[in-house]
Design a protein around this ligand. Sequence first.
Ligand SMILES: Cc1cc2nc3c(=O)[nH]c(=O)nc-3n(C[C@H](O)[C@H](O)[C@H](O)COP(=O)(O)OP(=O)(O)OC[C@H]3O[C@@H](n4cnc5c(N)ncnc54)[C@H](O)[C@@H]3O)c2cc1C
Ligand code: SF4
Length: 332
Amino acid sequence: MKPFLYYRPKTVKDAIAAVASHPDARFIAGGTNLIDLMKRGIVSPEKLVDINHLPLKKIEQKGGFLRIGALALNSEVANHKTVLQKHPLLAQALHAGASGQLRNMATVGGNILQRTRCNYFYDTAFPCNKRTPGSGCGAWEGINRMHAIFGTNEKSGQDSCIAVHPSDMCVALLALDAVVLVTGQQGERRIPFGDFHRLPGDNPELDSNLLNNELILAVEIPDAPLTRHVHYLKVRDRASYAFALVSVAVALEIDQNNIKTARLTMGGVAHKPWRFPEAEKIMTGQPVSESVFQQAAEAAMQGGRALEHNAYKLKLGANAIVQALKTAVGKA
Ligand SMILES: Cc1cc2nc3c(=O)[nH]c(=O)nc-3n(C[C@H](O)[C@H](O)[C@H](O)COP(=O)(O)OP(=O)(O)OC[C@H]3O[C@@H](n4cnc5c(N)ncnc54)[C@H](O)[C@@H]3O)c2cc1C
Ligand code: SF4
C-alpha cells in the first residue's frame, strides 16, 4: 500500500473542504471496501478523509419519512426498532449481506458506494475498463457467470462493462423509493434512489451520479403501507458470506386479496439495482395468485440478455421472483 495523508474532520463543511483541497482524496467510513481496494492496488488515494467523527449516525423518524444517517452501521440499521416495524424489507436485505463482523463496521454511505465484485476488476493482471478506462473488459470473454443481464445493451465487447452492483441493502432501498441526501461545495441535493447509480455507458469507471467531493449525508425512506407483505430473497453460492447471484426485493400492499401496490427490484443483475415497473403494473389491481406472480416474473425477465456463462440467471431470476412473492403473501 502506498503512503497517504490522513485527516479526521469534525464538521461536514471541513470534510468537504478537505477532500476538495486535494486532487486525489477519498472519504473513508468503515473502510471494509476501500482498504481492501487500497491493499490490492486497485485505488491509491493520496489522502484519506476519515468521516467517522461527523454527526451522521442518527436513525430518526421525521414527519412522513425515516432518515438514516450515512454513518449508521449496517448492523444498527438492521436491528433498529423503527426499521423492523416500518421497513422490515430493509432489515431483511441488510441481514442477508456480508457477515456480523462486517455489518458492525460497514456504514450506509459506504454500502451504497461499494465497488463491484467483478473478479477482473480486482485482478490487476487483467484489463478492466472500470479500473483503467479504455483498457478492455476481462470479463467479456472471461468467466462471466456473476455478471449483468440487464442494462448491458448500450455497449458491447471489449468497450463494455458488464459488472453488477453488489449491494443487498440498495435493492431494498430502491424498492422502498428511498432518496439519497448529499452535500458538496454547491450545497445539498436529493437524489431519488433509482437515479443514484449509473449504467456504465461511456464511463464504466463511474458507479454513481455523485459529483466529485460530494458527501452522502443520509437516506430517507418515505412512510408507505409496505410492511406486512415483503420479502428479500438472496440466491447465492453459499448460505452466508457470499454475494448474490440474483436477489429479489418484493413489497406488496394488499387489500382484501387484491394487490393495491407492488414493488419489485433485483440485485446481482445489472450495474445498478434494477427495478421492474412493467411487472409492478401487471400485479397492480390483480388478485393475489400464483399465475399473476408468474406473469410478473416472465415480464420482468423478458428484457434480460444473457452472456456466455450467465443464461442461468434468466430462469433463476424468474423463479426467485415467484418464490419471493409467494413468501411475501405467506404462500411459499
Ligand atoms: C468479505 C466481504 C463480504 C461482503 N459481502 C457483502 C454482501 O453479501 N452484501 C453486501 O451488500 N455487501 C457485502 N460486502 C460489502 C460491504 O457491505 C461493504 O464493504 C460496506 O458496506 C462498505 O461500507 P464502509 O463503511 O466500510 O465503506 P468504506 O470502505 O469506508 O467506503 C466505501 C466507499 O464509499 C465512500 N464513502 C463512504 N461513506 C461515504 C459518504 N458518506 N459519502 C461519500 N462517500 C462515502 C468511500 O470513499 C469509498 O469509496 C462485503 C464485504 C466484504 C469485505
Ligand atoms: S465487467 Fe466491468 S469491472 Fe469487470 S472487467 Fe469488465 S470492465 Fe472491469
